[in-house]
Ligand binder design. Structure first.
Ligand SMILES: *Cc1c(COP(=O)(O)O)cnc(C)c1O
Length: 385
């Protein structure tokens, strides 16, 4: 093997593996979280006209002025956060913003506290940076943040807290009280918080997203990250942004300069248009997703699994222990053949092996027919080992 040490143990993303399995077996894919209907045609038209108008060469590394201004207006309008252009940087999706934040802020040996189950890129980039992951488990059945567990995870080596709310895969939307507790810990130990908020607009019922950067004493120590993908059903565009105090944004940009430097010359102005003119789209989308959530949860509840109803995102987590498989990976590997359905095993997103062993994630950002077809196949299949 010629792979560098820093890649040791980092496997290819489980989402790609499971999508490939779906294609190979012709199974219904409730694995990878990409919507099967594209976002607003008006926004797509903006990208097209930007390309025709000659927006095809390197945009500024910091981001195009219209995108920076649109992010500033969005953070002000939605959350009352006041930013200037030095406090925002455009990135190649939230994924690059997270990677650049970790590479720009974490030294070898530094510890990074993150909620688990964690998004798989967190684990990988912390390792690339030479950092050490410390998971704080959101436990079934409620998947709430246990503040004492968070406080106990902090050591003298802790550098940052990598937060994600609304949380993939559990659908937990952190409450003001939970965020205040995170803020107390961050301030007491002088930590930076990197907050991944890509599902900020996709919340259900009376759950509302609150950026931790709005809490007293937090703006100056928080990097807030979001992107066009989930909000506007344009996951392939990979336009993201990080915002916060200039000192932290500069660290993100310093790393990002040597990853992609820049990308999305036509997609950045189109994303600016979306943020400025199409915020009704995610409002409608959240309503549709809530109905799809209910559809999928009701169907899953007729199976022999424990279903956790999410407050946001695209995902439902279930516990499949009663089917008798060794773990969720074995269950998910067998699922295409048993039922013609693909789901994502969550065990790889946990350090707490017992807690993660039988958790499976299903997405509902699909057409109703697709959800119904998957549910019918599951209902007719024998899922026991
Ligand atoms: C989808 C997702 C991302 C990646 O966002 P991109 O803008 O597509 O790079 C990051 N974090 C979470 C939690 C996600 O679900």
């Amino acid at each position: 093997m010629r792979h560098a040490q820093r890649l040791q143990g980092i496997e290819s993303t489980i989402f790609a593996t499971m999508s490939a399995l779906a294609v190979r077996t012709g199974a219904v894919n409730l694995g990878q979280g990409f919507p099967d209907e594209d976002g607003p045609t008006s926004v797509i038209a903006q990208a097209e006209s930007a390309m025709r108008a000659g927006r095809n060469q390197y945009p500024p590394g910091h981001g195009t002025p219209e995108l920076l201004d649109a992010v500033i207006a969005h953070q002000r309008g939605c959350y009352g956060l006041e930013l200037d252009r030095s406090q925002v940087v455009a990135t190649t999706g939230a994924t690059e913003a997270i990677a650049a934040a970790v590479l720009g802020l974490v030294d070898p040996g530094d510890e990074v506290v993150m909620l688990e189950p964690y998004y798989d890129s967190y684990d990988a980039v912390v390792q690339l940076a030479g950092g050490v992951r410390r998971g704080v488990t959101l436990r079934a059945p409620e998947y709430r943040l246990d503040v004492d567990v968070l406080a106990a995870a902090i050591t003298s080596r802790t550098k940052l807290i990598l937060l994600n709310t609304p949380h993939n895969p559990t659908g937990t939307v952190l409450t003001r009280e939970e965020l205040e507790a995170v803020a107390r810990v961050a301030i007491e130990h002088d930590l930076v918080v990197v907050s991944d908020e890509v599902y900020e607009h996709l919340t259900f019922d009376d759950a509302a997203h609150l950026p931790i950067a709005t809490l007293p004493g937090m703006f100056e120590r928080t990097v807030t990250i979001s992107s066009v993908g989930k909000t506007f059903s344009l996951t392939g565009w990979k336009v993201g942004w990080a915002s916060g105090p200039a000192e932290l944004v500069t660290a993100v940009e310093a790393a990002k300069n040597w990853l992609t430097y820049t990308s999305g010359s036509a997609f950045q102005p189109a994303t600016a248009y979306a943020l400025t003119h199409e915020l009704d789209f995610p409002r409608r989308l959240a309503g549709e997703l809530q109905a799809k959530r209910d559809r999928l949860c009701a169907g899953l509840a007729t199976l022999d699994v424990d279903v956790h109803v999410p407050q946001g995102t695209y995902f439902v987590v279930t516990d499949v222990a009663r089917y008798g498989w060794e773990d969720s990976l074995a269950f998910c590997r067998a699922l295409p053949e048993r039922a013609g359905v693909v789901a994502v095993p969550c065990q790889g997103f946990y350090d707490d092996a017992a807690e993660g062993a039988h958790k499976v994630r299903w997405t509902f950002c699909k057409k109703n027919e697709v959800i119904d077809e998957a549910l019918q196949r599951l209902a007719e299949a024998d899922l026991h080992r």
